[in-house]
Ligand binder design. Structure first.
Ligand SMILES: [Mg+2]
Length: 231
């Protein structure tokens, strides 16, 4: 028997600044990786990582460190692999904070049969390890990740493609949820609705100004979000 998904709402969530905050080992993985493979002791702090993929962040750190494209490419994948290993080894010590209201919101979305996916710049193994540490991994089974693409809009494309082609999602209520103008911009490339949440480094005003369809301060006001989805 073929069972098709009955979901009429698809939500694609960012992770850092949206569902959780505080992933020190992820930051430390950059420090250790660029030191080991490129001999750079600095620059990790100088890149604004908000809304960017791990690949793009690494690229920016190395460019800032004065390396040429060839020099960057040489150990790029090795460095990403090392960072993943580093994170997986250290995630057990991570103190990850799940934003207030997040679990209640995810539970209510599940009760309503919403299909939940991810669009995150995290490398895929890091994303799932981080969510598992935070107790949120059971809510998500697919997505677009920083390991798929450096470009965030292509991560959105990947998540959409899995939802439609593999999971049978055929609804038209699709929302991308994130905490930065980059999340919004990536979703707009596919004409998707955006819900921006001001729990990251951007304010409600900044998120409104970047053209998000809906802006919420946090996930504590669950009714407001459910009204957006099911009005
Ligand atoms: Mg984010």
């Amino acid at each position: 028997m073929i069972t098709m998904a009955q979901n009429d709402v698809l939500m694609l969530f960012d992770i850092d600044g949206t569902l959780v905050q505080g992933a020190k080992s992820h930051y430390q993985a950059y420090i250790e990786g660029v030191k080991k493979f490129y001999g750079l002791e600095d620059y990790v702090n100088s890149v604004n990582a908000a809304g960017k993929s791990d690949k793009l962040i690494l690229q920016e750190i190395l460019t800032l460190g004065g390396l040429t494209t060839d020099e960057i490419q040489k150990d790029f994948q090795n460095c990403l692999d090392f960072m993943t290993d580093y994170y997986l080894k250290n995630v057990q010590y991570e103190d990850i904070h799940v934003f207030d209201g997040t679990i209640e919101l995810l539970n209510e979305l599940k009760r309503n049969d919403a299909l939940l996916g991810l669009v995150t710049g995290n490398l895929e193994p890091i994303a799932y390890a981080k969510l598992a540490r935070a107790g949120l991994d059971s809510y998500f089974s697919f997505g677009g990740f920083g390991s798929d693409n450096a470009d965030r809009s292509l991560m959105v494309k990947k998540a959409l493609s899995i939802a439609k082609n593999q999971l049978g999602f055929s609804g038209d209520k699709i929302f991308v949820v994130g905490d930065t103008p980059r999340d919004v911009e990536a979703a707009q490339a596919y004409n998707l609705k955006t819900i921006a949440v001001a729990t990251g480094m951007y304010s409600v005003k900044e998120l409104r100004d970047c053209g998000a369809d809906y802006v919420v301060e946090n996930f504590k006001n669950r009714d407001k979000i459910m009204k957006i989805l099911y009005k």
